[in-house]
Design a protein around this ligand. Structure first.
Ligand SMILES: Cc1cc2nc3c(=O)[nH]c(=O)nc-3n(C[C@H](O)[C@H](O)[C@H](O)COP(=O)(O)O)c2cc1C
Length: 404
């Protein structure tokens, strides 16, 4: 289905300050340019699996879901973890991009995001040893073959399951590794064809690439295990292969987990496992192979560790990587207030902020953040003329017209 010009908001997207002074004063609402892509503000919808696909195909649900964030002012919308091979899905209902047939449904989601003046991103992923599980809203169990799962074809660096109730992974051969690298590159080509502008490699949360770079889950003795350089080899090879086919003018991001929390001090070291010092070194090497931004998350690889649970808990990772690896970073994790998002940017701890659950609670997060920061913001034209109090103590030009 096409999008009528009358429905587009490309000329005047929501989420852009009305006055130039606000744009200068408030960093959250300044544009952010990387390569040929410009976000109209620095609020990014973090990738979130919706477990609502059949055979990996996005559908009208996703057009509605992702379109709503773009319509309501987010600078970019990163579409959920999208598997590069069927066995790389977390659940049978994950999004996928392992065939050319996935391009067209993805392009519908891309088009709705672009039609609202926002930037479409896609996270490409392989779930590694956490594959073939149920969608979380159904429970926390292995999906059997009868239910569309593949518990005997789950893969990882070593034969160590994530937890007792997870599948036992098959140890990947060199051929499996090479096929996986190629699958990531093929996915990047398809994402480009669908019109995606930012591509993010998912190397976090205990999925395949994280399984390899952490010594807590990788016990291999070949060139993909053991030393730090061996453990990060697969992530680097994937990034290199993707960069080789992903257009030079489009940004490539990578999400990493900055620590496994085996050392309970988030900034502490875990030399044979995974910790922030190693993440900084990985970020430096990812930068060298052409990654443009590190999206700084944490955890997900080891069951039973303690997580800090306070607002902004992952921001110190974004700050450390930005300063020490000299690469742009995204901060994510319990960022729920506009003021906090702005402070992160003002203090130069990150270049963009990614927000996940707050967007689920409040799809107008970008517009609410503007209100909290006293920024007079564009609302989408379809709503702005009718909404009397887009900014409570001010009446926009559109509102004055509506009052006549
Ligand atoms: C429903 C849901 C699905 C998620 N799916 C993904 C995903 O596909 N890829 C990913 O990297 N992170 C995923 N996450 C993690 C979020 O992107 C984000 O990093 C995390 O929720 C912390 O941010 P928040 O406090 O703003 O929610 C998901 C989170 C939620 C709540």
């Amino acid at each position: 289905m096409s999008i009528s010009l009358a429905a587009c908001n490309t000329e005047k997207p929501a989420g852009v300050p009305v006055q130039l002074e606000d744009c200068q004063r408030v960093k959250l609402f300044q544009p952010y340019a990387q390569k040929s892509v410009e976000l109209h503000n620095r609020i990014v919808v973090s990738p979130m699996c919706m477990y609502s696909c059949q055979n990996g195909f996005l559908n009208q649900f996703h057009v509605m879901h992702y379109g709503s964030f773009a319509f309501k002012g987010a600078g970019a919308v990163i579409i959920e973890a999208t598997a590069v091979v069927p066995e790389g899905r977390i659940s049978p209902n994950d999004s996928g991009i392992w065939s050319d047939d996935h391009i067209e449904p993805l392009s519908h989601v891309v088009n709705i995001i672009k039609s609202q003046g926002s930037v479409p991103g896609l996270q490409i992923a392989h779930a590694g040893r956490k594959a073939s599980m149920s969608p979380p809203f159904k429970g926390d169990y292995i999906e059997s073959e009868e239910n569309g799962g593949w518990p005997n074809r789950v893969m990882g660096p070593s034969e160590i399951p994530f937890a007792d109730h997870y599948p036992r992974p098959n140890v990947m051969t060199k051929a499996d590794i090479q096929a996986t690298i190629k699958a990531f590159a093929d996915a990047a080509v398809r994402a480009d064809k669908a019109g995606i502008e930012i591509l993010e490699i998912h190397a976090a949360h205990g999925y395949l690439l994280h399984n390899f770079y952490s010594g807590n889950s990788n016990k291999r003795t070949d060139e993909y295990g053991g030393s730090f350089q061996n453990r990060i080899r697969l992530t680097l090879e994937v990034a290199k292969a993707v960069r080789a086919v992903w257009p030079e003018h489009k940004p490539l991001w990578t999400r990493i987990s900055c620590t496994d929390y085996v050392n309970p001090d988030p900034m502490g070291s875990d030399p044979d496992g995974w910790s922030i010092d190693q993440s900084i070194e990985l970020a430096k090497q990812l930068k060298q192979v052409g990654v443009d931004l590190i999206d700084c998350s944490s955890g997900g690889n080891i069951k039973g560790v303690q997580y800090p649970n306070q607002p902004l808990y992952q921001v110190p990772f974004a700050e450390a990587i930005r300063r020490q690896a000299q690469i742009a970073t995204g901060a994510v994790g319990l960022i729920v207030e506009g003021e906090d998002a702005e402070k992160i940017l003002q203090e130069e701890k990150a270049d963009v902020v990614l927000v996940a659950r707050e967007f689920l609670r409040n799809s107008t997060f970008a517009l609410s953040a503007a209100q909290a920061l006293d920024v007079n913001i564009n609302w989408p034209k379809q709503y702005s003329w009718a909404v009397k109090k887009a900014r409570r103590h001010n009446t926009t030009a559109d509102e004055k017209t509506a009052q006549k």
